[in-house]
Ligand binder design. Structure first.
Ligand code: ZN
Length: 337
């Protein structure tokens, strides 16, 4: 894969006791160092106006002043220093690079993956939250739509947390489809099945809130029976994966049981849907707080594009989760199984 990466993102210093640290990117780089065919691209920061295409201009100014004044705690979880402004613009810029590069034809072994931080999917239109300041995937999606490079963008968020920010930003938009698999009841508490989009955008927002303890088979079922068919029906020009790795069974902050192999399995499924719909494909890093599982997760996505075949889940889906997926199919008019 081609990884968007910038040293600028290391300067966003969240302090010694925070799970979202620069060590996450260092661990990913170490994990990729042993792999074949890894390429790094140093992408430029996003323009402030590009960020303000999805965020409230007053909020963007406020965050800029906050950083210029030395930063601090924006909220109890969300911390910035002076360098966080440049890091946040760069994190958004790398995601934008990945989207543009995918639409420019980068595919297969050249598939782009942006390794930026701070992460983005909790950032709403006019506020930072959950370690996120700018919604990197949303900035990227909007930038390519505004430039006429894509008419329709699908974002699939496999981070263990619901991407409330991405959902909010595009909730009334017919041209952006947002789908999430997340742990029910976890931060930030949004992401119910009934949240399906507003007005004419009804049906362009799809949530699968799986029960704590869900594993590879539950994720495979959610994708095969709900997200995959819904994305194929939506028929995007660009498919962005909001790729967090905190649903891993050894991640310290969730109770899900996805294995490293599970991320390969999801990657293959995403790639197949993109082939079926002729959509460009890019990845954007979100969460993932176990340094080993995070680096293994990114590496196995890379290896999947380097020719490695994923194994099938070795257990059956949980019955309650299967019923939930049936409900999602029903709510989204995908028919009953
Ligand atoms: Zn997360």
């Amino acid at each position: 894969m081609r990884f968007g990466y910038s040293e600028t993102c290391l300067d966003h210093d969240t302090g010694p006791r925070h799970p979202e640290t620069a060590d996450r990117l260092r661990a990913i780089r170490r994990g990729l160092a042993k792999r074949h065919g890894v390429e790094y691209v140093d992408a430029p920061p996003a323009d402030k106006s590009t960020v303000a295409a999805v965020h409230d201009a007053d909020y963007v100014d406020e965050f800029e002043s906050f950083c210029a004044g030395g930063g601090g705690n924006w909220d109890p979880d969300t911390v910035a220093v002076e360098a966080s402004w440049d890091a946040a613009l760069t994190s958004a810029g790398i995601a934008e690079w990945a989207a543009r590069s995918a639409l420019d034809g980068a595919t297969g072994r050249d598939t782009p993956f942006s390794l930026g931080r701070p992460p983005g999917h909790h950032a709403v239109e006019d506020d930072a939250m959950g370690f996120c300041f700018f919604n990197n995937a949303a900035v990227a999606a909007q930038a390519v739509i505004d430039d006429g490079l894509a008419e329709r963008v699908a974002i699939f968020d496999w981070d263990v947390h619901h991407g409330n920010g991405t959902q909010d930003i595009f909730y009334d938009r017919e041209d952006v489809f947002y789908a999430s698999i997340h742990e029910d009841g976890l931060y930030p508490g949004t992401g119910e099945v009934e949240e399906t989009g507003a007005g004419d955008a009804e049906g362009t927002n799809l949530n699968v809130p799986l029960r704590a303890g869900a594993g590879d088979a539950d994720y495979a079922l959610s994708f095969d029976e709900a997200i995959g068919p819904a994305v194929e029906r939506f028929d995007p020009d660009l498919f962005i994966v909001s790729a967090g790795f905190d649903a891993h069974r050894h991640d310290p902050i969730s109770r899900m049981r996805v294995s490293t192999e599970g991320y390969a399995m999801l990657t293959e499924r995403v790639r197949d849907v993109c082939e079926n719909t002729d959509a460009a494909l890019s990845f954007v890093l979100e969460g993932g707080y176990g340094l080993d599982t995070l680096s293994e997760g990114v590496a196995i996505v890379h290896e999947t594009f380097d020719g490695r075949l994923a194994m099938s889940p070795d257990e059956d889906p949980d019955q309650k989760n299967a019923e939930l997926v049936d409900t999602v199919r029903d709510v989204h008019g995908l028919g009953s199984k």
